[in-house]
Design a protein around this ligand. Structure first.
Ligand code: SF4
Ligand code: SF4
Length: 297
C-alpha cells in the first residue's frame, strides 16, 4: 500500500461540503453514530492512556451509536441497546458501547486539492497550513492513521483516498499502490472489546451526557467520563477497573493542552465568521506550543 498525501488530508478533514456526492460510509461502526464526526479515528485502549497521560485528554471525544433493532431480534436484542436520554444506545451486555477518537474543530483549510480555504471540521492535530499531521513522528501517532487505508483494502471498502480520486483526480493519484498491509485487521469482533470498542458499566451515569453528545454540546466532564472508562478497560473483557477509571478521570479533567485551547479558539473564530485564513494557525496553534510540521519540500 502506498499513498500520495500531499495537499490531500482527505482522511483528516470532513470535506463532505466540498463533495458533489457526499456520503457517510466512513462513519465506521456497528450502528448509526450519535455524533456527526466524519471519519473518526478510533483509538486503542493503550493510545487513549497515552493521550491522557501526555495531558491531551482534551483532544479526545467518544462516539456512541443509536441501535436500529433488526427484524426478529427482539429476544436477545434486549441487552444490545440501552435507553438513555431518549436514545436506544447500542450496547454490549447492557452496557453502552463506544469508541474514543480525536476531536474535529472547524479549521481554515483547503483539503483534497481545493483552490479556496473554508472552515471545515478538521482533526485537532492537523496543521491547517501544511495539511500535515502534527503528531506524525510522535509516539502519539494513532495506529489507525499510520495504517490508513489498510483496513479498507482488507475489507474491500472504498477508502477516502479513492473517493478523493473519484471527485478531484484520477485513479492512482492518491492510492498509488493498493496491496493489503500485513498488519491490517478488522475493527470489530470479540478481540476489539476493551481494546478499541469500550462499554460503560453504568448507563445511569450517562443521563444528560448522551443528549449533549448527540447535540454536539458535550462538556469536558462528559468527554472525560468516557475517556477514563476506555483507559480503565481491559482488552477482551467487559469490566472496568474502577480505581484506574478514577485516576484517569482526574487526569482527563485536569487536561489543559495546547490542543484543547486551540479547539476552543477555532470554534470561537469560526462561529464569529472570521475569514478562513490558514495562517491563523500560527496564533491559534503554534504560539500555544503545537509541534511544527515540515512542509512538503
Ligand atoms: S485520504 Fe489517502 S491520500 Fe488523502 S491524506 Fe488520507 S491517506 Fe493520504
Ligand atoms: S492524527 Fe494526524 S493523521 Fe490522524 S486524523 Fe489527525 S491529523 Fe490526520
Amino acid at each position: 500500500m502506498r499513498v500520495n498525501c500531499e495537499g490531500c488530508a482527505g482522511c483528516c478533514v470532513d470535506w463532505r461540503s466540498l463533495s458533489a456526492t457526499p456520503d457517510d460510509h466512513e462513519r465506521v461502526g456497528p450502528e448509526r453514530p450519535l455524533d456527526d464526526v466524519y471519519n473518526l479515528v478510533p483509538l486503542t485502549r493503550d493510545e487513549v492512556r497515552d493521550f491522557v497521560t501526555a495531558g491531551f485528554a482534551d483532544a479526545l471525544a467518544p462516539r456512541l451509536w443509536e441501535r436500529t433493532p433488526a427484524a426478529g431480534d427482539a429476544g436477545e436484542a434486549s441487552d444490545r441497546s440501552v435507553r438513555v436520554d431518549g436514545f436506544d444506545v447500542a450496547a454490549v451486555a447492557g452496557r453502552p458501547a463506544f469508541f474514543v477518537g480525536l476531536r474535529k474543530p472547524p479549521k481554515p483549510v483547503a483539503p483534497v486539492g481545493a483552490d479556496e480555504t473554508s472552515w471545515l471540521p478538521t482533526c485537532a492535530f492537523l496543521d491547517p497550513e501544511t495539511l500535515q499531521c502534527r503528531v506524525h513522528d510522535d509516539e502519539l501517532y494513532p495506529d489507525e492513521c499510520a495504517t490508513y487505508p489498510g483496513r479498507n483494502l482488507l475489507m474491500d471498502v472504498e477508502s477516502v483516498c479513492e473517493r478523493v480520486e473519484r471527485e478531484f483526480g484520477a485513479p492512482g493519484d492518491r492510492l498509488v499502490e493498493e496491496s493489503v498491509p500485513a498488519d491490517a485487521e478488522p475493527l470489530f469482533g470479540p478481540q476489539a472489546l476493551g481494546g478499541k470498542v469500550f462499554a460503560h458499566p453504568d448507563p445511569g451515569a450517562l443521563d444528560g451526557r448522551v443528549a449533549r453528545l448527540a447535540a454536539g454540546e458535550a462538556t469536558a466532564a462528559d468527554r472525560a467520563e468516557f475517556v477514563a472508562t476506555a483507559a480503565a478497560a481491559s482488552p477482551g473483557r467487559i469490566e472496568r477497573n474502577d480505581d484506574a477509571y478514577e485516576r484517569y478521570r482526574d487526569r482527563a479533567l485536569d487536561a489543559g493542552s495546547w490542543v484543547g485551547a486551540a479547539i476552543d479558539d477555532w470554534e470561537t473564530r469560526a462561529a464569529s465568521g472570521e475569514p478562513s485564513d490558514p495562517g491563523l494557525a500560527e496564533r491559534v496553534e503554534d504560539a500555544r506550543g503545537a509541534p511544527e510540521t515540515p512542509g512538503w519540500d
